[in-house]
Design a protein around this ligand. Structure first.
Ligand code: NAD
Length: 283
């Protein structure tokens, strides 16, 4: 064992899908802070360009903000062509685009079957198309970018993929069956691909963030009118032994560990970064 492994990413090129968003913009910045060139991929071009500009200003390292849809292979291929031309071959992929949808969320936590209960508020009110959308974004939206961006890694026999999972992947959270099942599928795929790629020099792992407050879940955590914490928010904090929400910055240590040589014998794991949530029975 040599002790020369470090977090240094100088000369590497990292692609971050969903990089215009709350968590992945911070992740992209943390990769740049260790010397990586970054390609910020987002459906929202304005957001990806803004993050890339901020990175170039703060770290003085090339960063590209591009628009691509993680569900459209040809748009991913087009972005890869530009990344290769401007930044070089891809070494690191963070599959961060993902999220839930209100139409795939039940109003009630538990159905009682009472006469005055509105079926629309239960499992029976969920929209099948919304299941498709949430499943596609989180699951297929991890698979397609991996297919497109990891080809450079295969050629160079070296690379790292980090998928972004969630607490709901271990045990489903109430109200969000599609999002929970889709993230469970992300964990399962992380293990599958880690094995499939194990002789190629490419490692595949995932991070399961605990509870953070961001745009996509604000509607579940704060009353729209008053801004007061919802019952759900109080439950989350009560189930998080550290009794607080996490911040995107608190995910970056685990990310840097997973993309660097410090974890070079680590593949196929999903690491919770959750203030103890997944370890706590609630009693
Ligand atoms: P966010 O909404 O701020 O970021 C998601 C980004 O993905 C957005 O910028 C959006 O434009 C982009 N995006 C959406 N659809 C896309 C598509 N088809 N193609 C390309 N880009 C697309 O959300 P976030 O909270 O930063 O979440 C980032 C990741 O972390 C997601 O995978 C999410 O499921 C996961 N996560 C979030 C939390 C949380 O508490 N916020 C917890 C666990 C896991």
């Amino acid at each position: 064992m040599t002790m020369k492994e470090t977090l240094d990413l100088t000369g590497k090129t990292a692609v971050i899908t969903g990089g215009g968003g709350v968590i992945c913009s911070v992740m992209a910045k943390s990769l740049a802070s260790q010397g990586a060139k970054t390609a910020i991929i987002d459906l929202n071009q304005e957001a990806s360009e803004k993050v890339a500009r901020e990175i170039e200003e703060e770290f003085g390292i090339p960063s590209l903000g591009l628009s691509a849809n993680v569900l459209d292979k040809s748009s991913l291929e087009e972005s890869k062509r530009i990344i290769n031309e401007k930044l070089g071959p891809i070494d690191i992929l963070i599959n961060g685009a993902g999220g839930n949808s209100p139409a795939a969320t039940t109003k009630l936590e538990k159905m009682e079957g009472a006469e005055n209960e509105n079926p629309e508020d239960t499992f029976f009110g969920l929209k099948p198309e919304a299941f498709d959308r949430v499943f596609d974004l989180n699951f297929k939206g991890t698979i397609l970018p991996t297919m497109v961006y990891s080809t450079d890694m295969v050629k160079r026999k070296s690379g790292v993929i980090v998928n972004i999972s969630s607490m709901n992947s271990y045990r489903p959270l109430t109200k969000i069956p599609a999002y929970s099942a889709a993230k469970a599928a992300v964990n399962n795929f992380t293990q599958w691909l880690a094995v499939h790629f194990s002789l190629t020099g490419i490692r595949v792992n995932a991070i399961a963030p605990g509870f953070l407050r961001t745009n996509q879940n604000r509607f579940l955590l704060e009353d729209e009118k008053t801004g007061q914490p919802t019952q759900r928010s109080l439950k989350i904090l009560g189930s998080t032994p550290m009794e607080r929400y996490g911040t995107p910055e608190e995910l970056t240590g685990t990310l840097l560990y997973l993309v660097s040589d410090l974890s070079k014998f680590v593949t196929g794991v999903v690491i919770p970064v959750d203030g103890g949530f997944s370890a706590y029975s609630g009693v």
